[in-house]
Design a protein around this ligand. Structure first.
Ligand code: 5GP
Ligand code: MN
Length: 346
């Protein structure tokens, strides 16, 4: 049995909404990851089983390793089909906001969602949810939004309507947001849910292979490169990896090729904090990804130095300037946070 973590009032409220709705739009954050896509498609498969007209709209493209997911071909990309997406968003009865806590995470799509008269529900697990939805189901203690979608469907009494396709999507989100159940994954109820998804027929080993073992040759060569140029700050228990645009071109970089790189330095015994800086020419900024182990608050550091935020152990931000300047800011940051880094250094 699962603990009843979602408030009954939110569940009753959403049941009324979706039963009355004709057209439902599901949106998630810019640069969607496995949980953004998994939770959105998981909920979409369920709502379609209830004969609802559902469209999943993402601000921009998602990585290739998620393209096998059932329903992913029908995802509408806002940056490519802006007008059509805006029409659907404006005319929706209900908009489900999944796996993000602030409108700005929708990037250019934010104002269309904000303006829409649709009823809005947030289902998310990031800290500090903004107040832009009538129903807010926000549970930072839960490791993925996909898990929340599973819990919501069950609590509404529709477990038996979760299809094989929907179960695959939910599992994928749960798996990717926990690094294949290697972090944020000590809640035993996760394994109860996996048992239920297996009973629906998913092949978890096959999903793991499809997501984690279908990379290109170039990704591995790029990984070799960043590990060679990685800088370890021994006195700070910190590591820095970076990719300039020139380096990305040299390794035929395509979106998603550096997914997960930021976690690798944490496998070094003494390192408790890892930073990955990647130049994004299109957006004219340097994307900052941060990871930590233990109690080191990389979300606090992200907010403090990179105008970002996120979770205690996984956060990010943006830097406007050159790579050299970004590295300097990183070095100032670890200087300021040295006492906390020392405390967490293994
Ligand atoms: P990633 O490193 O995978 O891009 O992001 C990890 C987590 O950091 C995300 O789930 C999100 O919570 C947070 N995050 C990433 N980038 C940003 C950002 O620019 N602003 C904020 N507020 N949070 C971010
Ligand atoms: Mn998530």
């Amino acid at each position: 049995m699962l603990s009843k973590i979602i408030a009954q009032s939110s569940i009753d409220h959403f049941v009324k909404w979706f039963q009355r709705a004709d057209s439902i739009v599901i949106v998630s954050h810019v640069s969607p990851d496995g949980d953004a896509i998994g939770s959105s498609l998981g909920l979409a498969h369920f709502l379609e089983s209830q004969d609802k007209n559902v469209t999943v709209i993402m601000p921009n493209a998602f990585p290739d390793f998620l393209r096998w997911m059932p329903g992913s071909k029908d995802i509408l990309l806002y940056d490519k089909y802006t007008e059509y997406a805006e029409e659907l968003i404006a005319n929706a009865d209900v908009i489900c906001c999944l796996d993000f806590n602030a409108l700005k995470r929708l990037d250019n799509m934010a104002s269309a969602v904000e303006k829409s008269k649709a009823r809005k529900i947030m289902i998310d697990h990031h800290l500090y949810p903004e107040d832009f939805c009538k129903i807010t189901i926000s549970h930072p203690e839960i490791s993925s939004t996909s898990e929340l979608v599973f819990r919501l469907i069950c609590r509404m009494g529709y477990f038996s309507d979760i299809s094989y396709e929907g179960a695959q999507c939910i599992y994928t989100g749960m798996m990717t947001d926990t690094g294949g159940f290697t972090y944020n994954s000590n809640n035993r109820e996760i394994y109860f849910i996996i048992g239920e998804l297996l009973s629906i027929g998913i092949d978890k080993d096959d999903i793991y292979r499809r997501v984690f073992n279908t990379y290109s040759e170039w990704r591995l060569r790029l990984m070799g490169h960043v590990l060679t140029t990685m800088h370890i700050y021994n006195d700070y228990h910190a590591a820095l990896i970076s990719l300039t645009n020139d380096e990305q071109e040299q390794f035929n970089y395509t979106k998603g090729d550096s997914e997960g790189f930021v976690n690798i330095p944490l496998s070094i015994k003494e390192v408790c904090f890892s930073c990955f800086l990647r130049e994004d020419v299109e957006k004219q900024m340097i994307k900052v990804s941060l990871r930590s182990v233990g109690t080191f608050p990389c979300n606090q550091l992200a907010a403090d130095f990179f105008g970002g935020g996120g979770h205690l152990n996984a956060s990010g931000g943006e830097f406007y300037g050159t790579m050299e300047e970004a590295v300097k800011v990183f070095e100032q940051a670890i200087e300021k946070y040295k006492p906390l880094l020392d405390k967490n250094g293994k």
